[in-house]
Ligand binder design. Structure first.
Ligand SMILES: CC(C)(COP(=O)(O)OP(=O)(O)OC[C@H]1O[C@@H](n2cnc3c(N)ncnc32)[C@H](O)[C@@H]1OP(=O)(O)O)[C@@H](O)C(=O)NCCC(=O)NCCS
Length: 193
């Protein structure tokens, strides 16, 4: 039988239109250092669009939060060089966190300008949605700057709609997921004579 080159769950190898190879995979604790080192290379505007305020660096606390998602309620993907975590430069991070009610989940994503505009944002968002569906989440949302038309357009293309956010200057992009179908109960076995 031919050996299958199976990728681990949530891994996807991609060749971008510019020839660059990237691996989409779950974030690993070893990604913290490359992410910290690459943060100053981001443009102030993309940082503001992702974190909704300006930031000069990622604190140790922020990094820990990003690279050690709680496996029960959080999921975070990176798009990185296809090298061992820790060596690989990380070019994009997408995460989703389920709220304590178990029904709502908030997403956030940053695809750096080095690799944006090549389909990674949509791929990573799709994976977040798939993960959330699997966790029986009913509503996915993300707060986005009103001026951030690329993210609104991307979310809209995936079926998200706009709602007003709690803060001025933001819009909330929301995707309602159908509730999971109830499991069919098997009829009781007929008693044997
Ligand atoms: C928004 C963002 C995630 C898009 O990622 P990306 O990898 O460039 O997205 P894709 O290449 O998959 O494009 C998907 C769609 O996004 C929209 N889009 C992407 N770039 C766009 C641009 N410059 N102008 C308008 N729409 C754009 C389009 O609808 C596009 O679909 P199309 O290619 O069929 O037209 C990325 O630009 C980013 O990280 N921005 C900074 C951080 C941010 O805004 N985060 C969101 C708040 S949490």
């Amino acid at each position: 039988m031919a050996a299958r080159n199976r990728m681990p769950p949530w891994h996807e190898h991609i060749r971008l239109p510019n020839g660059r190879e990237v691996l989409i995979r779950p974030v690993r604790p070893e990604d913290a250092e490359p992410m910290r080192a690459a943060f100053p290379l981001l443009q102030p505007e993309e940082i503001r669009q992702r974190f909704l305020h300006p930031m000069k660096e990622l604190s140790g606390h922020d990094l820990e939060h990003l690279v050690r998602p709680d496996p029960h309620r959080d999921f975070a993907l990176v798009a990185a060089e296809p090298l061992p975590p820790g060596e690989a430069l990380v070019g994009a991070v997408a995460r989703i966190a389920i709220e304590s009610n178990g029904k709502n989940a908030e997403f956030a994503i940053l695809v750096s300008h080095y690799i944006n505009g090549m389909g990674l944002g949509r791929r990573m968002m799709r994976k977040l949605v798939r993960w959330a569906r699997g966790r029986k989440v009913l509503r996915i949302y993300g707060d986005v700057l009103e001026s951030n038309l690329p993210m609104q357009s991307l979310a809209g293309s995936l079926g998200f709609h706009r709602e007003s956010a709690d803060e001025a200057g933001l819009v909330r992009m929301v995707l309602d997921l159908p509730p999971p179908k109830p499991k069919l109960l098997r009829p009781p076995l007929a008693p044997t004579a």
